[in-house]
Design a protein around this ligand. Sequence first.
Ligand SMILES: [Zn+2]
Length: 337
Amino acid sequence: MEFIASITLDVSYVHKIRRLWKMGGDPRNPLKNVLVSPLFTDPKTLAAFRELRENNEVEQIYFDSGAYSVQKGRISYEEMYWSLLSYYRENGWADWYVLPDYVPLSSDSPEDVWYKVQTTANMSNLFYTEMPEHLKLRALPVIQGHSIEQIEFCLENYLKIEGLQRIGFGSFPTNGKNSSVNTLSPDALSSLSHLTKILDVQNIGLHAFGVGTPPVIFLLHEAGVRSFDSVGWMKTAGFGKIYMPFVRAYNITYRDRTARGLTKQAFLELKRLTNHDCFFCQSFEKLAQSRDYRFMHNLIVVMDTIDQLSGPRSIDVEKILDIYSPYYAKMNAGAFA
Ligand SMILES: [Zn+2]
């Protein structure tokens, strides 16, 4: 399972993460894989990433389509299509190129959803033919759709592309302020399992877009997903919340009275249960006080969760899910029983 850090902020944050990471002394590289939306990212940030990639400090760069901005009405789908094509033609330094998808909203009529699904599939295929030859093996088309028929419509179109190595899935339900956070539902989970069964045969990896709290990482892994990108570790820290391995975000600052919190005692118990320890969570008080420490801790927790999934497991995942992420424990039992 590969974690792709989605970076939506300016370059000063990239430097800050790197600086803090060195302080923590962890030998892993949190920015090994990075996803950026070139159409909506400051050119200085893109230049910094290009340099990091050229020095191999970042090993894979994913260019995202920026479909979220179409969803928010900032640009039209057509504008995104043409701007993306011209940007990709001039920038061969990324490792993966997400094709232009059109995200259906839960408020769309059934006709509108089908229109967006068909546009995503047909225009992605057209876009692919217009991409420079040497980038074609790095194309990453995205499946959008609410029903199995719609998902399969996209899939059938993409499987016509020869030599495809990765396909993305982007139709997750949203919640949070401004519907800006993707979340995993039982339906989305069963779509993912269905897709990986088909894709595994052809050795095509499935990427999940914009999801990745620790219990969700576990479920994605169970469903056979190979990679995911997330900005949740950063966003959630801004809301005073922290992750623990296999545990959803809990508030520890108590500034948000509506959020369910985690006491210091429960936090210490969780550190013990999950074998988690890092430079940034040595002091509960400091973690509650510093947003920077929270996002660094969250970043390490994401990486710890993945390491637990890929190596020999030293913690009782089912027990932790049952106690601290019951919603996902139920989803796990339902989907894979
Ligand atoms: Zn920690």
